[in-house]
Write a protein that binds this ligand. Structure first.
Ligand code: ARG
Length: 575
């Protein structure tokens, strides 16, 4: 229990119960960090409304009912009815020393861990990964790290789009190019896809071949499957390059592609029919989850079997969901997918509830996200108007970062500069994606992402490296965590910021909102700057003060590095 609020919570609940009766004892005191005190309690406002009493009076009553204790130094009623709280110095410095002594920095495993099945990245075979897949990959990776840090079991599922009608034309195009030319042509996946599409649209004979090929693929024809596998493998190699460059742990073992569910689709549709959920409509088989209607109020279908007997995206998603619950034992299903797929996923979740597959305690959540925009506020494109190749984008990030690092840190060896440039460039792209509320669109802006001030990865990485440099410069070892004296106000503020870390990580795991961790790390780095400005560390007045401040600096650096690690971002020791 590193966050002092964990200790304050029961004290305030007890006080509220004592002042207003046991039925109010479960009121959330709403303890928030505050610029006016260590924390501010908001409960009086909500209670006042409920009790129809003046908020300040309610605040006074809470303060009066607080039993004397070793944690709180002082309280006062402030403003319209807030209660300001100051912690006792002894408690604060003991908690901080305790946090400094644990590798988890106060983050403790959840009492009832979930089995989380996390669907993210999920690009499509024989197509360029687009920036939407980049967002899904970055967000999903950060959430996986945070949930694991909170003690949950995370099963990563890369739901590759490797099945469906486009494969007919892709395979025929592959055959047209000749077997040897194949590796060449699929090297540039987008061009390959577009060429196939063009032929499909222009040449009826080709289109017919493509249609026959789909039937062969679905019928399990060995030669066709071999060609399909070549396409899939070439794409997997490309995706693996992107993941490696991003430093993201998504391997072949995490791939659970659409084709995996192929043998189970018929059974799922049969089960939906038996339960009376799937019905015939215009020759297709559909589920109509109640509450989903089109523009004219007409019920919206989830098509589970097409007129021609084929299955589509929705059937695969229903089947995957059932598999994740039954076979993988998921208690929490998370889908990191762009916001436009929100209606689709909502219908899939509802249908799965109606089918009885998805039932509490298991729950499904769509982690929706907005688009990445160019400077023109339209979807990000290259100057020529093409889709941005992810590999190019990431390589450009590292190149731009290298120029900055060469300029700022000429004293580092070239090898180290290359490593730092990679950390800064990739970190900037990831942080740019994670730092704002994910449901909003954001503008991709190199200058802002790579800036060394503001809420950016380079700023946090630099703040971390600067703390590490204090130890290098002073030639001092990292001190043993022990009681940390917190005399100056900026020391105290920094200590409180450090102690909030576990609460923030818990919130990110609950709300699936990594931007809250970004905002927190930015505030922590800012608190450190204020502390460092006001409190000499290596030149502290006494040996004791110096040791204490070094310990505070060290624990701050560790929280920064750990926080960045949870976001999938490296924190080099020197920059
Ligand atoms: N492959 C899909 C796309 O590119 C994303 C898949 C998301 N996951 C899912 N289970 N539907 O749009």
């Amino acid at each position: 229990m590193a966050d002092p609020r964990a200790a304050l919570l029961p004290l305030f609940r007890a006080a509220i119960g004592a002042a207003f009766g046991a039925e109010h004892a479960d009121t959330d005191p709403a303890l928030r960090p505050s610029a006016h005190a260590d924390y501010q309690v908001n409960a009086a406002l909500a209670l006042a409304k409920r009790l129809k009493r003046p908020p300040r009076e309610v605040g006074q009553a809470i303060v009066a009912a607080l039993a004397p204790n070793a944690i709180i130094e002082r309280t006062e009623v402030a403003g319209p009815g807030f209660v300001n709280v100051w912690l006792s110095l002894g408690h604060l410095s003991r908690e901080l020393a305790a946090v400094a002594a644990t590798p988890g920095l106060g983050v403790v495993p959840a009492p009832r861990p979930d089995t989380v099945v996390l669907d993210y990245s999920s690009p499509n075979v024989a197509k360029e990964m687009h920036v939407g897949h980049l967002r899904s990959t970055i967000l999903g990776d950060a959430l996986a790290r945070v949930l694991e840090a909170l003690g949950h079991r995370v099963v990563r599922q890369n739901h590759l789009g490797d099945w469906g009608t486009p494969f007919g034309m892709l395979i025929e195009h592959l055959l047209d190019g000749g077997a040897e030319a194949a590796e060449h042509s699929i090297a540039d996946l987008n061009a390959f896809y577009q060429a196939a599409r063009q032929k499909f649209d222009a040449d009826p004979a080709f289109a017919e071949r493509a249609r026959r090929r789909v039937v062969m693929l679905q019928g399990g024809d060995e030669d066709t499957l071999a060609l399909w596998r070549r396409l899939v493998d070439a794409s997997k190699r490309y995706f693996a390059r992107v993941y490696t460059l991003l430093g993201i742990a998504l391997g072949d073992a995490d791939i659970a592609a659409e084709s995996l569910y192929n043998p189970m689709l018929a059974e799922v549709v049969a089960e939906l029919r038996e339960r009376g959920l799937a019905v015939e409509s215009d020759g297709a088989t559909c589920v109509f989850p109640p509450g989903f209607t089109g523009r004219e109020g007409e019920p919206q279908p989830l098509i589970v079997q097409k007129q021609d007997g084929g299955y589509g995206y929705a059937t695969t998603d229903l089947t995957a969901l059932r598999y994740r619950l039954r076979t993988l034992g998921a208690t929490r299903l998370i889908y990191v997918v762009g916001a436009p797929q929100s209606p689709h996923l909502a219908m899939v979740f509802r249908a799965a509830e109606l089918a009885g597959w998805l039932a509490p305690p298991a729950r499904a959540e769509h982690v929706a996200f907005g688009s990445v925009l160019g400077a023109d506020k339209k979807m990000l494109k290259t100057r020529a108007g093409d889709t941005v190749r992810l590999i190019d984008l990431l390589e450009e990030a590292v190149t731009r970062a290298r120029a900055i690092v060469d300029d700022k840190s000429p004293e580092l060896e070239p090898d180290e500069r290359a490593a730092v440039a990679r950390a800064v460039g990739i970190g900037a792209v990831k942080y740019g994606d994670l730092a704002s509320d994910r449901v909003k669109d954001y503008v991709f802006d190199w200058a802002r992402m790579l800036a060394f001030d503001g809420n950016t990865a380079p700023y946090l990485q630099y703040a971390h490296a600067r703390i590490r440099s204090i130890f290098r410069k002073g030639g001092v070892p990292v001190p043993e965590p022990r009681s940390i004296a917190l005399a100056a106000p900026s020391e105290r503020a920094l200590a409180l910021a450090v102690l909030s870390f576990p609460t923030v990580v818990g919130e990110v795991g609950e709300l699936l909102a990594p931007h809250k961790l970004c905002g927190y790390l930015y505030e922590l780095a800012t608190s450190f700057s204020a502390f460092y400005e006001h409190c000499p560390v290596l030149k502290a007045a006494t040996e004791e003060e110096r040791a204490s401040r070094l310990a505070l600096a060290d624990v701050t650096a560790r929280v920064l590095a750990r926080g960045l690690e949870l976001l999938g971002i490296e924190a080099p020791a020197r920059m």
